[in-house]
Design a protein around this ligand. Structure first.
Ligand code: PSU
Ligand code: MN
Length: 329
């Protein structure tokens, strides 16, 4: 009896799944504005959505997501925010869909490994850098802007807590523009792991110092440096022309005027790390926990800096996407 009931539920689940699949012929949905830009060889910038669902509190998450899209448009590119809505991977979200993700309290944090589950269950969620890289590449978008990427966690050599963002960078030919890696992570080991994965890492700007998200310097040096959108585009175009299947990581330092709170934020990070350890917080929950606590301890200063650096990344990333599309046509 019980077996028959669960077989029925399974059958119904598969039927719903099939109707979603058949509607569009694919579980990937590319927004018409994005497919039009791609068909016309115009620049497109992919954007992730975990920053909306897990990186910032409401309403800052929604306003930032909308501002970032506006910055991309102002620079002459088309934004494509990537997220999972009721089991479909959307490349390019409408403002209603952005709002749905920003307001939804139960949305998943969808990394590479979570994609099959989110799709099979018809769930909604924010997509991390690793999952966004997959969808953006599938859609044919070579440039992707985010705030910060995941990395090797401190003590990662024992816990093996190494973000899937790094392995994805090793096997997906996309350029990711970020403000580097947060000091909650082990930056030295993150750079070593990226080297092993064959990822070309460059700092964008006047210094070769690899930035640490809230701070323009981590004390570690990037293997490469690019000083203009054109130079960055040449690097990306070369990687694509070589047929390398690995990505390029461009690290854009936080603008000096927003880095002032760096020391205060660094102290809050240390306190939050200790609290996370004491509370036994692990895995996918570590980053959201730390971001929330750091924001509380700095009375919103870390959030302000976070928003400022994302705006800057969106501007620089869009300029790079525009330069790349000129070079590729
Ligand atoms: N770093 C941030 N803010 C974020 C993230 C990282 O400063 O929102 C998100 C990104 O989506 C990144 C993900 O891809 O966290 C990495 O998570 P994990 O370490 O669980 O792989
Ligand atoms: Mn992890």
């Amino acid at each position: 009896m019980l077996q028959r009931a669960s077989a029925l539920i399974l059958k119904r689940g598969i039927a719903t799944f099939h109707s979603r699949l058949c509607k569009s012929g694919s579980l990937f949905r590319v927004h018409p504005s994005v497919s039009k830009a791609l068909a016309e060889n115009k620049p497109v910038v992919a954007l992730e959505s975990t920053i909306i669902t897990h990186g910032m509190p409401y309403p800052h998450n929604l306003s930032t997501a909308m501002q970032v899209e506006a910055i991309v448009r102002a620079e002459g590119a088309t934004p494509a925010t990537v997220g999972v809505i009721e089991g479909e991977v959307h490349v390019g979200l409408s403002s209603e869909e952005l709002e749905h993700l920003a307001l939804c309290k139960s949305s998943l944090k969808v990394s590479h490994r979570d994609l099959p589950y989110a799709v099979s269950k018809g769930l909604s969620g924010g997509m991390t850098v690793s999952a966004t890289m997959i969808a953006a590449h599938r859609a044919g978008i070579p440039v992707f802007v985010t705030g910060g990427i995941g990395g090797v966690h401190r003590d990662g050599e024992n816990s093996l807590d190494i973000s899937a963002d790094l392995t994805e960078l090793g096997r997906t030919p996309i350029a990711v523009i970020s403000a580097g890696v947060k000091s909650i992570l082990d930056i030295g080991r993150t750079l070593e792991f990226l080297e092993t994965q064959g990822v070309c890492v460059a700092t964008y700007g006047a210094s070769k110092n690899f930035p640490a998200f809230f701070s323009p310097q981590s004390g570690f040096t990037s293997p490469c440096q690019v000083c203009s959108p054109e130079e960055a585009a040449q690097l990306i175009a070369s990687s694509l022309s070589l047929g390398l299947q690995s990505g390029v990581l461009l690290a854009v330092p936080i603008p000096e005027e927003h880095a002032a709170a760096g020391q205060l934020i660094e102290e809050a990070i240390q306190a939050a790390l200790a609290e996370a350890r004491a509370k036994g917080i692990t895995g996918r929950d570590v980053t959201p926990f730390i971001l929330k606590m750091v924001n509380e301890l700095t009375e919103g200063k870390s959030l302000q800096a976070n928003i400022a650096l994302i705006h800057n990344n969106a501007k620089v990333g869009s300029q790079i996407a525009c330069a790349l599309s000129k070079q590729m046509t």
